[in-house]
Write a protein that binds this ligand. Sequence first.
Ligand SMILES: C[S@@+](CC[C@H](N)C(=O)[O-])C[C@H]1O[C@@H](n2cnc3c(N)ncnc32)[C@H](O)[C@@H]1O
Length: 270
Amino acid sequence: MEDTPGPISTVRRRWFDATPHGKQGVTERYVVYGESRRWLLGQLNLKNTDFVLDLGSGHGFLAYELASRTGSKIVGLDLLGGEQMGTAARGGILAGLSKAIDWVVGDASKAPFSAGTFDTIVSFLGLEDVHITGGVGAMDKVIRESARVLKSDGTLAIADNTFPECASNAGQRLYLEILRKELGAQLPSKSSLIETMEGSGFEDIETATYDPKIILDEREAHIELSDIAEAEPFGKHLDIEEIWERYGDRVRKSGLEYPLILLLSARKSS
Ligand SMILES: C[S@@+](CC[C@H](N)C(=O)[O-])C[C@H]1O[C@@H](n2cnc3c(N)ncnc32)[C@H](O)[C@@H]1O
């Protein structure tokens, strides 16, 4: 897969090299993700003086893009420390970004920061697990916490692919159905999140969508669903063979496709 040469491509390359044979295609797609992290950055108006919080920073790929393309100072917050955060931090060092990014273990619904700390809060696919980890109502808490730790006039930008509106065809609908039924992962509707944002002191709410155009063939879909089945960190263990039994025929008929990415951005009122 094409990649712009540079430190981040070195990190990506290391990921691909470490991926078991046969899984490369799926890993490459996740790491590069149809360039949707760059699309997200293009939607934001970040200045190099901004202090930015990345909610659900995971393996760090959005944080790397944020730090390298904007020059901003970034904090990556994730519920999981341990191996995942270690990998993110090592990737940051490899990309020459260790001074630009701090990695913090913590819950986005109880953010371990003082009020009015950040200019911008961004999240890329960071909140799809919030229902699993925090139960119903967790997303509302994340929005309220974001309002608290943002400065006045600061920006909140949440980009995710598990809003009900993220399915525009049968392959995307199937992907979301599997996440919802098997993992209990689904974000509230766009309108309900907009209402929560308005109730938490946000205004100028805007939305945008991006289609990563990632369509999985049957073999790739099996790998993808195996990865989803290994949701151990969140206390779930699914049997891939049972999942394939339930959905394999439909995957063969409609294909499995990554859902659309929906971005909701808003400004904290002054
Ligand atoms: C799909 S990954 C994130 C991807 C990452 N933003 C990227 O660009 O590659 C989702 C991450 O959200 C984290 N997460 C889930 N619930 C969270 C919460 N309540 N607070 C902070 N992080 C959370 C998970 O631990 C996981 O690492």
